[in-house]
Design a protein around this ligand. Structure first.
Ligand code: SAH
Ligand code: SF4
Length: 388
């Protein structure tokens, strides 16, 4: 092939649409724009998301002409798995290589009767929360919708095939991996629409959770586009502490954030819904009984349940995980005040799969085992609960 020919070939390959990330509406427009029937969208979506088929030639209910046309116009390209690790507790973590070579992580956490997939929305994050290793990494880029839903596709596909109900390998999805989902609004909304669409993963809106550290203007818009469950990363009972550890609080303080979250759930038809308040416990910073009392007062009339996350350590973080007693005391104050409170159990310690440890690189195993020892020596507090 001449250089000119190879350039033409690569530029036409780049121009192909990746059908993996198209929502139902976008897929229908894709087919009708090509002069094809709308129902082709349904057929192709089922092949991709229900059967795991990404090769047009294998889509046997499409005519040969259409398959060739698709071949020339489109691809179905999931991101590539760079590394897969299994924890002794059944947690599985993938390092996923996205276009341009960056790595992001997804984690599947199996529990009795369900399995929750924690999905990334960006490479890095610009919000710089002080206790988060993704934040320390800075922001590189948004993931595309195909790269976000591709994590679900890869997770399911990594377990021997799709037949006999294997699609249910993932029962819940939480947007709690790397990145701030509301700063990648359109792609996250498209990907979440596929998570809940029967033609794709068919999860109920209760089983898909978006977690945000508080991008209020985007949260104000979210109800127009989505009705998934909401988790808010609060981490502090007052603005003074939150300003220090979650810098976006200086732009959108707690009152504004809680009001926006309340508006979001008030817009849902299902009146029983509540916001999950995430609260990472940092020793000596926000973990004292007086903080718990202040938090109870703050959330007194707010429809929520509270998920406490004992800090997950990473090198040079500058923070410590509270003792088991400190976690229990904090928990007790909230329970006594009438809240539903869970403490997120740390899963996948031995593979650095816990919240805030997703760093987007293939971590070297020596350091991992050293950290495993550290984490094991840290106390294991009240252990119930999990990711939302
Ligand atoms: N950007 C979103 C979602 C990703 S972070 C958000 O901030 O909500 C998912 C959750 O893990 C957030 O509640 C986050 O504050 C928490 N987290 C981050 N680093 C952590 C750490 N080192 N230990 C415990 N929780 C952490
Ligand atoms: Fe970004 Fe969330 Fe980490 Fe904050 S906690 S830096 S918003 S990923």
């Amino acid at each position: 092939m001449t250089v000119a020919n190879s350039l033409i070939a690569s530029s036409s390959a780049a121009a192909k649409v990746n059908l993996l990330g198209l929502s139902r509406q976008q897929m229908e427009s894709f087919f009708t724009d090509q002069g094809e029937k709308r129902f082709r969208a349904e057929q192709v979506m089922k092949w991709i998301h229900h059967q795991g088929v990404i090769d047009f030639a294998a889509m046997s209910n499409l005519g040969k002409g259409l398959r060739e046309k698709l071949e020339s116009l489109a691809t179905v390209t999931p991101p590539e798995i760079a590394d897969q690790q299994d924890s002794a507790d059944g947690t599985r973590k993938w390092a996923i290589r996205v276009a341009g070579g960056a790595l992001v992580e997804a984690v599947l956490i199996p529990e009795a009767g369900r399995a929750t997939l924690c999905v990334s929305s960006q490479v890095g994050c610009s919000l710089d929360c002080k206790f988060c290793s993704t934040g320390k990494q800075g922001f590189q880029r948004d993931l595309t919708a195909a790269e976000i839903i591709g994590q679900v596709w890869l997770a399911i596909n990594s377990y021997d095939g799709w037949q006999s109900g294997k699609g249910r390998i993932v029962t819940n999805v939480v947007m709690m991996g790397m990145g701030e989902p509301l700063l990648n609004f359109d792609n996250v909304v498209s990907a979440m629409s596929l998570m809940t669409d029967d033609l794709a993963y068919g999860l109920s809106k209760r089983k898909v959770t978006l977690s945000t550290s508080g991008v209020v203007p985007a949260l104000d818009r979210l109800a127009e586009f989505s009705d998934v469950s909401l988790a808010v990363s609060l981490h502090a009972p007052n603005d003074e502490i939150r300003n220090q550890i979650v810098p976006i609080n200086r732009r959108y303080p707690i009152r504004q954030l809680l009001q926006s979250a309340k508006n979001y759930i008030d817009a849902q038809t299902d009146r029983k819904r509540v916001v999950t308040i995430e609260y990472t416990l940092l020793a000596g910073v926000n973990d004292q009984p007086e903080h718990a009392r202040e938090l109870s007062a703050l959330l007194k009339d707010f429809p929520c349940k509270i998920n406490l996350i004992p800090f997950n350590h990473f090198p040079n973080s500058g923070f410590d995980r509270p003792s088991g007693n400190a976690v229990s005391r904090f928990w007790q104050v909230l329970v006594d005040a009438g809240f539903i409170v869970t403490v997120r159990s740390t899963r996948g310690d031995d593979i650095d799969a816990a919240c805030g440890q997703l760093v987007g690189e293939v971590v070297d195993r020596t350091r991992r085992s050293e950290r495993y020892r550290q984490l094991n020596s840290a106390s294991n507090a009240v252990t119930e609960g999990d990711r939302t």
